[in-house]
Design a protein around this ligand. Structure first.
Ligand SMILES: Nc1ncnc2c1ncn2[C@@H]1O[C@H](COP(=O)(O)OP(=O)(O)OP(=O)(O)O)[C@@H](O)[C@H]1O
Length: 611
């Protein structure tokens, strides 16, 4: 997805580096423009204000020249008063205009950044499951943190550090020519040199900034993984190893950050040094001309004012270069991410899937994950409406993959999955998933209340329906015992609840939706035997009125299934009811007898406890 070009690849090739910078700036403009369009009116007013502010700023040197030559040297009182009065009014006006302009540009650019962020969020959310299986979380997070912040800083600085100084330079050049054509010529010819020099370092700053952002993504990913993995790190005494691994990435960041920041500082410093040199030359020449009466004293003083303002303006522009570099590097990243298209898209003529009426069919389905050697094939299964299908098999045999294909998280390479004879690729994904509810192996809960977590699957659910779903999921009594009941916050990822409690809330979340098809992926794996037994009874009852597809290692969960398929290495090796499969004496029977043996001591212990 993103280009993983090594840092040195850019640095060794000056020509290529220049191309990258130019392309980056173009990409920045192309990226931001569409987001600015809705604010056209704002921008027009802003431009007007900025032009007024720059024009007013440059009236000061002209008035200064007039004040000195006419008011002070010729001692004309009226000229003196007029100049001072004009300066006072201009100063108040320019401050007010600048204040309004500040408000306008900070507001408009914050809106643009808000829209970019929303667009990025919507894009990430539109991605298909393979994207989330292959993209590190840190990479996604750093697009929202470092990259967006860099774009914001770049945009907010564009008016005071780029547009205003740019206009000032134009005004200043005109004024310098008005004062004296030779001074104007010297200024106009030498000033571009000040900008040209820092360009060498600006190129480097651009390229390093891209690398810096990339490394920051890795850093963020490493921190995120470390926080999530704390139980494992603590239990296995891996803190030193984790620290060492982090310090390596951090060290890489240091190398790149040092070069980026130094290149940025050099951009500023070289511009300043150039300015000092040019200033001395021009001032010496101007003083000589004033001394020999070629120009007036007012002209050299006013010229000096314009020259310094122009110098500051150019320094501002060069200061802006590193900020622009950071923003351009970040745009590169954002573009990389936005260019990834969802792999599972609805066809343009996608219809809504009609309410499930007859059967789900897997018709000779074959599939393999991109870049994985695992392959499942020859999957031909029919699940009639209202039936209960159990899917069992050793770890890695392709059980969850079956569900991934059913929910269209992935598309089959061969064959098709159909509902009532309609290929699920031809209907909208939303209408397909609307008819299903899933309980995943890892019961992800959101950081809100229990009630909200359950309601999420069916926003219209009444409190009564939520209680009912929780009752069926065997979690209502537990919730009622909590001091805040259904209003209890579950913490990040549901971390305030135990694994089994989380799983039961997740089951309630699926049940409240009253789905046509209930999909369970190891939905009872975190439960104790007694709770699992009660829940299995509930699920069996549910299976009487709707279609259930349940993947499980615990064969006890599927003994009542109408049909069980046994998967091994991606193939269906056995199929039948529980009793038929036990009688068959194959893989299922083997698994069943092993589980019964391991469960017996547990059951006996529970019986002893009951006594
Ligand atoms: N997103 C993925 N990308 C690549 N390979 C994957 C992906 N998900 C699963 N696999 C591979 O596909 C195979 C089947 O995985 P699957 O999750 O379907 O097995 P399972 O029977 O559900 O296993 P378990 O009982 O351990 O959950 C495994 O070998 C796994 O490594």
């Amino acid at each position: 997805m993103s280009k993983e070009a090594p840092v040195d690849e850019y640095l060794d090739d000056e020509e290529e580096a220049e191309d990258v910078s130019a392309a980056d700036v173009k990409a920045l403009i192309a990226f931001v423009l569409p987001f600015c369009k809705p604010y056209k009116g704002f921008f027009a007013i802003l431009m007007l204000l900025v032009l007024t502010e720059a024009a007013l700023n440059f009236s000061f040197p002209l008035v200064t020249q007039y004040l000195i030559d006419e008011g002070l040297i010729k001692k004309e009182w009226e000229a003196l008063v007029r100049s001072i009065a004009f300066m006072g009014i201009a100063a108040i006006t320019v401050s007010m205009v600048a204040l309004v302009a500040d408000y306008m540009y900070t507001r408009v650019f914050s809106s643009v950044v808000k829209d970019i962020r929303q667009h990025l969020f919507d894009h990430v959310q539109s991605m298909s499951m393979p994207f989330f299986h292959t993209t590190p979380t840190g990479t996604v997070l750093s697009r929202f943190s470092g990259d967006l912040v860099a774009v914001e800083t770049g945009l907010v600085g564009i008016v005071p550090l780029f547009i205003m100084p740019f206009l000032e330079v134009i005004y200043a050049t005109i004024l310098m020519f008005m004062f004296d054509i030779w001074l104007g010529l010297i200024g106009a010819l030498i000033f571009p040199l000040i900008l040209w020099w820092p360009r060498i370092f600006a190129r480097k700053a651009f390229n390093h900034a891209y690398e810096k952002r990339q490394t920051e993504g890795h850093l963020l990913g490493a921190v995120q993984e470390n926080v999530a993995a704390q139980p494992v790190i603590k239990a296995f005494g891996m803190a030193d190893r984790a620290r060492h691994a982090f310090s390596l990435v951090n060290g890489t960041w240091f190398g790149i950050a040092r070069r980026t920041n130094f290149a940025s500082a050099l951009v500023e410093r070289t511009a300043q040094t150039g300015l000092y040199v040019v200033h001395i030359i021009v001032f010496a020449l101007g003083s000589y001309w004033a001394f020999t009466d070629r120009i007036t004293v007012g002209t050299i003083i006013a010229f000096e004012g314009v020259f310094l303002s122009m110098g500051y303006a150019l320094t501002n522009v060069t200061q802006y270069v590193p900020t622009l570099a950071q923003a351009a590097g970040s745009i590169h990243h954002l573009n990389d991410m936005l260019q990834v298209k969802p792999t599972m898209v609805d066809p343009p003529d996608a219809k809504e899937l009609q309410p499930f009426a007859r059967e789900i069919t897997f018709e000779n389905v074959a599939f393999n994950y991109p870049g994985s050697s695992f392959r499942t094939e020859g999957l031909s299964v029919t699940v009639p409406k209202g039936s209960f299908l159990g899917i069992v098999g050793p770890s890695g045999s392709g059980k969850s993959t079956f569900l991934n294909l059913l929910m269209r998280f992935y598309d089959p390479g061969e064959g098709r999955v159909a509902i009532d004879g309609v290929d699920i690729r031809s209907v909208s994904q939303a209408s397909l998933r609307e008819q299903m509810a899933v309980v995943f192996q890892e019961s992800f809960l959101f950081n809100t209340t229990i009630a909200e977590n359950i309601r999420m699957a069916y926003p219209q659910a009444t409190m009564e329906e939520i209680h009912d779903a929780a009752r069926q999921a065997e979690v209502h009594d537990f919730i009622m015992e909590l001091p805040e009941g259904y209003d209890t916050m579950v913490g990040e990822r549901g971390g305030q609840l135990s694994g089994g409690q989380r799983q039961r809330v997740a089951i309630a979340r699926a049940l409240v939706r009253n789905p046509a098809v209930l999909v369970l992926d190891e939905a009872t794996s975190a439960l104790d035997a007694a709770t699992e037994h009660k829940l299995n009874e509930t699920l069996s009852k549910i299976a009487e009125t709707r279609t259930v597809v349940s993947v499980t290692h615990r064969l006890g969960s599927v003994v009542t299934a109408d049909r069980i398929i046994v998967l091994d290495h991606g193939h269906i090796v056995e199929t039948g009811t529980h009793s038929a499969l036990v009688a068959q004496g194959g893989l299922y029977a083997n698994m069943w007898s092993r589980q019964r043996q391991s469960r017996r001591p547990e059951a006996e212990a529970e019986a002893d406890e009951d006594e």
